[in-house]
Design a binder for this molecule. Structure first.
Ligand SMILES: C[S@@+](CC[C@H](N)C(=O)[O-])C[C@H]1O[C@@H](n2cnc3c(N)ncnc32)[C@H](O)[C@@H]1O
Length: 249
């Protein structure tokens, strides 16, 4: 019987444990320590400030799972692992891991909702907030140069100044990218959830917070976050929506 003949349960089980071990590495600093360069368990435990025996166990587990190599006592990230956790990777693996770490908080609600068909209150879904950053690198890498550029005339129109509505912006990363690239345009995002971004705060009145990503930009971007409470919006929007505007200052 080859590995291919194993029931899918066992393949999935191994992946589940590997993902949990990865996140243990993020939380303890072991993942950063090994990504910073290879080394022995003693080197990596020293960098992370963690217990030597448990560091050795973690390194061996990550090696078996295919994330690290091991040669004569020296552990190192594979090229694929280094790429997956680099800023150039189009998906934020860290956001995925943080989201998976928090998701069990909602499992009982999921079970109840499946039984009753009643859904899950949106405030319970706050636990999923870390997932909000998953697509941020993709937007930073592709939104302006690839996607918008592929639509004839769109770049020019945004450069000249346009009003853009983004439905379900999540953490607002795409709006921030647009705000920086097209300072003459205004981007307003409408989302059922309250702020999911560490850089944006929700409040009953206008709150201005600076997008951390704007610090790398020559043109700073400010965010205006406010409740939408106008009667013109339907009840759903009035209760839940928040609005973020990216404008040049
Ligand atoms: C998977 S996230 C995607 C966020 C963002 N567009 C991105 O790609 O990173 C889905 C978002 O849709 C929002 N959402 C779900 N249903 C919605 C609705 N009916 N109206 C507005 N936003 C909604 C959620 O609150 C969440 O922020």
């Amino acid at each position: 019987m080859s590995d291919d003949d194993l029931p899918p349960f066992f393949a999935h089980l191994g992946g589940t444990f590997a993902v949990i071990l990865l996140q243990v590495g993020r939380q303890t600093g072991l993942l950063d320590a090994v990504l910073a360069g290879g080394g022995t368990a003693t080197d990596i435990a020293g960098r992370a400030g963690s217990d030597l025996r448990n560091t050795d166990e973690w390194l061996r587990g990550m090696t078996v799972a295919g994330y690290l190599t091991h040669d004569d006592g020296v552990f190192a990230p594979t090229q694929m692992t280094a790429t997956t956790f680099s800023p150039a990777f189009p998906v934020s693996a860290n956001s995925v891991l943080d989201g998976l770490w928090a998701a069990p908080q909602v499992y009982d609600d999921v079970v109840a909702a499946v039984r009753s068909g009643g859904g899950i209150p949106s405030e319970r879904l706050v636990a999923y907030a870390p997932f909000a950053g998953v697509n941020t690198p993709t937007y930073e890498q592709a939104l302006v140069g690839d996607w918008i550029a592929a639509v004839p005339g769109l770049t020019e129109r945004l450069a000249a100044g346009a009003r853009v509505a983004e439905i379900a912006p999540g953490n607002g990363a795409a709006a921030a990218v647009l705000g920086r690239a097209f300072p003459a345009s205004t981007v307003v995002g409408y989302d059922l959830a309250t702020s999911r971004s560490g850089t944006a705060t929700r409040g009953p009145c206008l709150t201005r917070v600076r997008s951390t990503s704007s610090t790398a930009s020559t043109r700073s971007t400010t965010w205006a976050i406010r409740w939408l409470s106008w009667p013109a919006y339907d009840d759903c929007w009035r209760r839940m929506a928040w609005c973020c505007s990216a404008r040049p200052t």
